[in-house]
Design a protein around this ligand. Structure first.
Ligand code: ADP
Length: 310
C-alpha cells in the first residue's frame, strides 16, 4: 500500500525512516518543494531497507501520490524573527492550501495525517481546506506527549512504557493535560501499583513528571535544535494502524463537535483508529481538575482557530 509524505524536512524524513524500519506500507513517496532534498532522503532511507523491510522508498511529484491510502503532511515554514504565532499560522495555512489542492486532485480518498505545528490548528486548516470527513484528517496531536508520559512514568516505576496505560489529552502544547486519575499499569491503578512496588509517587513527583512531559520539546530543542525521531515514530504508528485496520487506541487530534462545552475544536482525545481513520472517540473519566484543564486547553486552541482567516 502506498503512503505519501509531503514535506521531507526533519519530521517528514524521520517518519519515512520509521516506516521503513517498522515495515509500514509497501511504497513510500516523498514530495518536497525541494526535490533534491526529497530525492536524497529517499536514497538514504532506501539504503536502510535491506536491513529492515522490503518497502520501496522514492521521491516524486504530486502525480506519484495517485492511489495513496494515506498522505502525511509535514510541510511547513519556520517562524521568522519577531513574527507572531498567528502570522506564522497564516503562512502555513497558505502552504497547506496549495499542497491540499494538489493531493486531492490525485488522491481524493486518501486519509490525511497532519504533523505540521501547531498541529491542532493545522489539522483544522487541513480539514476545512480539504472538505474531507473529520475522521479522515488526523493530527498527530498528543500522540507524542502520551508516549513521553508513558516513558517517564515507566522509568519512574521501573516498568516498560508499553505496560503503562495513561494519556495526555488536549492541546499539543503548553496547555496539554496529563490524565493521572485513570493512569494504570496492566489493570492496576498507578497509585496502587506504586504502593505495591514500594515506589514513591507523591504529588511533587507527579508534578515533575507532568512538567518534564510538557517541556520535553524545549529541552530537546535546546540540545539539538529540533525534535523529530519521536514524532516520526508516532506518525509511522498512526499510518500502520490505518493500513492494518488495527482499531488501536491512540491520542490524536481531529475536529471535535464539543469538548466540555467548547464547540468545533481540533483537539486530542483517545480514539480508535482503523482503515477508515478515526472510528470512535473515547471520553475518559476525568477528575474536576483535569476536566477544567481540558476545557481550558480546548479554549486555547479555539481562540487560535477563530482568528484564522481561511
Ligand atoms: P520540521 O522540523 O517540522 O520537519 P523542516 O523545516 O525541517 O521542519 O521541514 C519542512 C519541510 O517542508 C521542508 O523540507 C520544506 O522544503 C517543506 N516545504 C515547505 N513548503 C512546502 C511546500 N509548499 N510544498 C512542499 N514542501 C514544502
Amino acid at each position: 500500500m502506498k503512503v505519501g509524505i509531503v514535506g521531507t524536512g526533519m519530521v517528514g524524513s524521520s517518519a519515512a525512516y520509521a516506516m521503513a524500519l517498522m515495515g509500514v506500507g509497501t511504497q513510500i513517496v516523498l514530495v518536497d518543494q525541494d526535490p533534491k532534498l526529497a530525492h536524497a532522503h529517499a536514497q538514504d532511507i532506501s539504503h536502510a531497507t535491506p536491513f529492515a523491510s522490503p518497502v520501496q522508498v522514492h521521491a516524486g511529484d504530486y502525480d506519484d501520490l495517485q492511489d495513496a491510502k494515506v498522505v502525511v503532511l509535514a510541510a511547513g515554514v519556520g517562524q521568522k524573527p519577531g513574527e507572531s504565532r498567528l502570522a506564522l499560522l497564516d503562512r502555513n495555512a497558505k502552504v497547506f492550501r496549495t499542497i491540499i489542492k494538489n493531493i486531492i486532485a490525485v488522491a481524493p480518498d486518501a486519509i490525511l495525517i497532519v504533523a505540521t505545528n501547531p498541529v491542532d490548528v493545522m489539522t483544522y486548516v487541513a480539514q476545512r481546506l480539504s472538505g474531507i470527513p473529520v475522521g479522515k484528517v488526523i493530527g498527530t496531536g498528543t500522540i507524542l506527549d502520551t508516549a513521553r508520559f508513558r516513558t517517564l512514568l515507566g522509568q519512574h516505576l521501573g516498568i516498560a512504557a508499553q505496560s503503562v496505560h495513561a494519556y495526555v489529552l488536549g492541546e499539543h502544547g503548553d496547555s496539554e493535560v496529563p490524565i493521572w486519575s485513570s493512569a494504570m499499569a496492566g489493570s492496576v491503578p498507578i497509585d496502587t501499583l506504586a504502593n505495591q512496588m514500594g515506589r514513591s509517587l507523591l504529588s511533587e513527583e507527579k508534578n515533575t513528571i507532568s512538567t518534564n512531559v510538557r517541556d520535553a520539546a524545549y529541552s530537546i530543542i535546546e540540545g539539538k535544535g529540533a525534535t523529530y525521531y519521536g514524532i516520526g515514530a508516532g506518525v509511522a504508528r498512526i499510518v500502520q494502524a490505518i493500513l492494518d485496520d488495527e482499531r488501536i487506541v491512540l491520542s490524536v487530534s481531529i475536529m471535535t463537535d464539543d469538548v466540555l462545552g467548547v464547540p468545533n475544536v481540533p483537539i486530542s482525545l483517545p480514539r480508535i483508529i482503523g482503515a477508515q481513520g478515526v472510528l470512535t472517540d473515547m471520553v475518559p473519566e476525568l477528575d474536576k481538575i483535569e476536566e477544567n484543564a481540558l476545557r481550558k486547553s480546548a479554549e486555547v486552541i479555539s481562540e487560535l482557530t477563530e482568528q484564522l482567516n481561511l
